[in-house]
Structures are given as structure tokens and as C-alpha cells.
Design a binder for this molecule. Structure first.
Ligand code: GTP
Ligand code: MG
Length: 147
């Protein structure tokens, strides 16, 4: 099954939204397979956001201003559905009901990160977790989430 990398950014941690974000992914039916609280280095963030290195806001993006919660979620179409739970990058476009649409007002304080493709999800999971940190387990609710 598909996996996606979801991180609660420093603003989300500071605002006490860790539980909310985790609940939304759990409630949708996704299975948590990895989680940790980390304060990433500049180098780590540089690697994570490498595709945005030419953007004017890049220096800010790679300046770590607090701990983040890194997670990996597994389930049907986890990447695309995960992005729809996260919501649009621009707060003007993020629909109520999405995490950003419910909790964010600015681009640089948008609470959460979600992988945007299966390929990027693989690379991001590798960048944030070792293979041993990804836990394979059988959820008792699986038979009731999927028919
Ligand atoms: P992520 O899930 O964090 O990757 O966001 P995204 O995929 O919705 O957007 P993108 O990958 O294009 O940008 C990564 C992050 O850079 C965004 O989540 C924002 O926090 C930040 N960002 C993107 N565009 C802007 C911008 O125009 N201004 C500022 N200040 N930040 C931006
Ligand atoms: Mg992105």
C-alpha cells in the first residue's frame, strides 16, 4: 500500500495542533506507521525542500524555528488523499474542512507538510526515517475501512 510523509511544522506544534492533525489522518482511515518529534538541522531542511532552492523565501524555509512532528501514513491513495486533507498552499484557496483551511492564514505558517507525489513521498520518508523506524502492523479496523 501507498505511504505518504506528513509533518506538523513548528507553528503547528507551538499551537497545539499535533493531536488534531493525527486525529484527522486516523479518522479518515489511514494507518500510522512512523512518528517522531525532531528539531531538524538546516542541512536536513535544505534536502527536504531542495526543489524550492531558487525561491526568495527559501532561506526562511530552511531556518528551523522549533521542533516538528514527522509522520508516515499508509493507506489507499495516501499521497493524493493526504494532500486533500492538508489543503491548498495559499490560504485564500484552502477550503474549510482541510487542515490549512481550518487552521492557517499565511503561507509561511501553514501548520503542515504533505508529500505531493508518490516519488517524492518515497524520497521524503527516506530523508526523515530509517527503515527500522517504519513499523509494519495489522490494524484491527482495516476490514471495516476497506471492503
Ligand atoms: P508543503 O506541504 O510544505 O511542501 O507545501 P506545499 O506543497 O503546499 O507548497 P510548496 O511545496 O510549493 O512550498 C513549500 C512551503 O514553502 C509551503 O508550505 C510554504 O510554507 C512555503 N511557501 C510556498 N510558497 C510561498 C510563498 O510564496 N511565500 C512564503 N512565505 N512561503 C511560501
Ligand atoms: Mg510541497
Amino acid at each position: 500500500t501507498e505511504q505518504t510523509f506528513i509533518a506538523i511544522k513548528p507553528d503547528g506544534v507551538q499551537r497545539g495542533l499535533v493531536g488534531t492533525v493525527i486525529s484527522r489522518f486516523e479518522n479518515r482511515g489511514f494507518k500510522l506507521v512512523a512518528i517522531k518529534l525532531v528539531t531538524p538541522s538546516k542541512e536536513h531542511l535544505e534536502k527536504h525542500y531542495a526543489d524550492l532552492s531558487s525561491k526568495p523565501f527559501f532561506p526562511k524555509l530552511i531556518t528551523c524555528n522549533g521542533p516538528i512532528v514527522a509522520t508516515v501514513w499508509e493507506g489507499l491513495d495516501a499521497v493524493k488523499t493526504g494532500r486533500s486533507i492538508v489543503g491548498a498552499t495559499n490560504p485564500l484557496a484552502s477550503t474549510p474542512g482541510t487542515i490549512r483551511g481550518d487552521y492557517a492564514l499565511s503561507m509561511g505558517r501553514n501548520v503542515i507538510h504533505g508529500s505531493d507525489s508518490v516519488e517524492n513521498a518515497k524520497a521524503e520518508i527516506e530523508n526523515w526515517f530509517t527503515a527500522e523506524e517504519i513499523i509494519s502492523w495489522k490494524s484491527h479496523s482495516e476490514d471495516w475501512v476497506y471492503e
